[in-house]
Design a protein around this ligand. Structure first.
Ligand code: EPZ
Length: 416
């Protein structure tokens, strides 16, 4: 089991390039299933999750050529339209194969994703939307089995805003007969990036980025080339680490337009953030002010940044209230932060954080992807050595994080 050893107290400084977005790459990789022609992708982040998605596609018969930061996929001969449990259980985003497979082949089986650390995470809205388009869906020995002669466009209202639900149905609708309306659709920037890629493949989509997405089905999609957008959550994580260590860090290739809620909160915490095109520079000369956080779907404050800001709040000047409205169990990092000396009380989906003047390093355990990032940020601030265990969680969504933090001056190394 690999761990990270961090000696805190060093203000981060220097420049880091933001990598491609995991949560854009995963649906876009799955979109390769929608055409028999090659889909060439650039700026693909090199993560365990993207490697798992490519492996899943290859299992189905997709040919994949992977080179540094690029992937070329060709789904000309799908032999096995099935996403098995052994892969789905390691990555819930495998569900994104369901829509494309049933839309193009009329038959798809995807293992029902179990729950995960942060919540039950049902996929009922994915299934309900496909049924609205005429698919018949059954659950057979742990697999979702969807069949349809030909999907038909439908008006679909999603009663909960769901990111991958919107992505799955938007992809399926591309090859349905007629027009599909997705109402109460998720508005995340990654959905816009997926839509741009689908449009490059010949799809007819409008409204992406708003809560009503309109798709006119077409007979077939063709190949395309697409560059994955930069990762706003990775960018936010680096900015949080810079602010928490009172550093001075420049991000290049940053998705500035999708970082408003994060930049706004960092400024409220007392950071100076200078924007120049896709270059962002943050400098923090003082102890952060405590900032209140309430997560909500985009364009609100992203749930994937909640744990990182909560970590910064543990040493802030003042008391803060952090409310998690998206997932029912996304405070797993709290008991680990308490081990470092943080003073946090949980009441339902709200954490009350009383700022300490310092944290003290010890061994902590990562439980999920963003909780891991939160513990790394805490370790960068804490006095002495912090060991973060089970960092396979971190490797799912951050590319070479310790090397890139090290390049910013952090005393951090991976140990077996
Ligand atoms: C996506 O997950 C992201 N993952 C998550 O990022 C992110 O936290 C989440 O969106 C919210 O922004 C990817 O894009 C691969 P949801 P997703 O469906 O799509 C409920 C990370 O750290 N719901 O938007 O699975 C659900 O229970 C990961 O990178 C239903 O009830 O999230 C949750 O309460 C973690 N029925 C809420 O909606 C459904 O059919 C939002 O979930 C689907 C969802």
């Amino acid at each position: 089991m690999q761990k990270l050893s961090i000696h805190g107290g060093v203000p981060l400084s220097g420049e880091v390039r933001v990598a491609g977005a995991k949560n854009a790459a995963l649906p876009i990789l799955a979109a390769s299933l929608l055409t028999a022609e090659p889909l060439r992708l650039w700026n693909v982040p090199e993560l365990n999750d993207t490697r798992t998605m490519v492996k899943l596609l290859q299992r189905m018969g997709v040919s994949a050529h992977v080179s540094p930061g690029a992937v070329e996929l060709e789904a000309a001969n799908i032999t096995e339209p099935y996403a098995p449990y052994d892969l789905v259980k390691t990555m819930r985003a495998s569900i994104l194969a369901l829509g494309p497979l049933v839309a193009r082949f009329g038959d798809a089986r995807v293992s029902l994703p179990g729950g995960c650390a942060i919540g039950e995470r049902p996929v009922d809205l994915h299934i309900k939307g496909l049924e609205a388009m005429g698919a018949s869906v059954t659950i057979e020995s742990g697999n979702i089995h969807a069949t349809a002669k030909k999907l038909k466009g439908a008006r679909i209202f999603m009663d909960t805003v769901t990111v991958t639900g919107t992505e799955n149905l938007m992809m399926a609708a591309c090859l349905a007969d007629g027009e599909t309306l997705l109402e109460n659709a998720a508005r995340e920037p990654e959905i816009v990036d997926l839509a741009q890629c689908l449009i490059a493949m010949g799809a007819r989509i409008s409204g992406q980025g708003t809560d009503v997405i309109r798709v006119q089905g077409v007979a077939a999609l063709h190949g395309a080339t697409h560059a994955i957008m930069p990762d706003r959550i990775e960018a936010g994580t680096f900015l949080c680490a810079a602010a928490a260590t009172r550093g001075n860090v420049t991000l290049t290739n940053a998705p500035v337009s999708s970082l408003d809620p994060v930049i706004d909160k960092l400024r409220e915490a007392g950071a100076k953030v200078h924007v120049n095109g896709t270059t962002l520079r943050l400098e923090m000369a003082r102890r952060p002010y405590a900032v209140g956080i309430r997560t909500s779907p985009h364009p609100g404050f992203p749930t994937d940044m909640q744990a990182q800001f909560l970590a910064m709040n543990t040493v802030a000047d003042g008391t803060s209230v952090v409310t998690e409205t998206i997932f029912e169990n996304r405070f797993m990092h709290v008991q680990e932060l308490r081990r470092l000396g943080a003073r946090i009380d949980i009441e339902g989906n709200t954490a009350i954080v009383r700022g300490n003047d310092k944290l003290t390093g010890t061994t902590v355990m990562a439980t999920d992807l963003r909780a891991s990032a939160s513990l790394v940020i805490a370790g960068l601030m804490a006095e002495g050595e912090t060991i973060v265990d089970r960092i396979y969680h971190l490797d799912r969504g951050y590319e070479r994080l310790e090397a890139r933090l090290g390049a910013l001056g952090a005393r951090i190394r991976r140990v077996d």
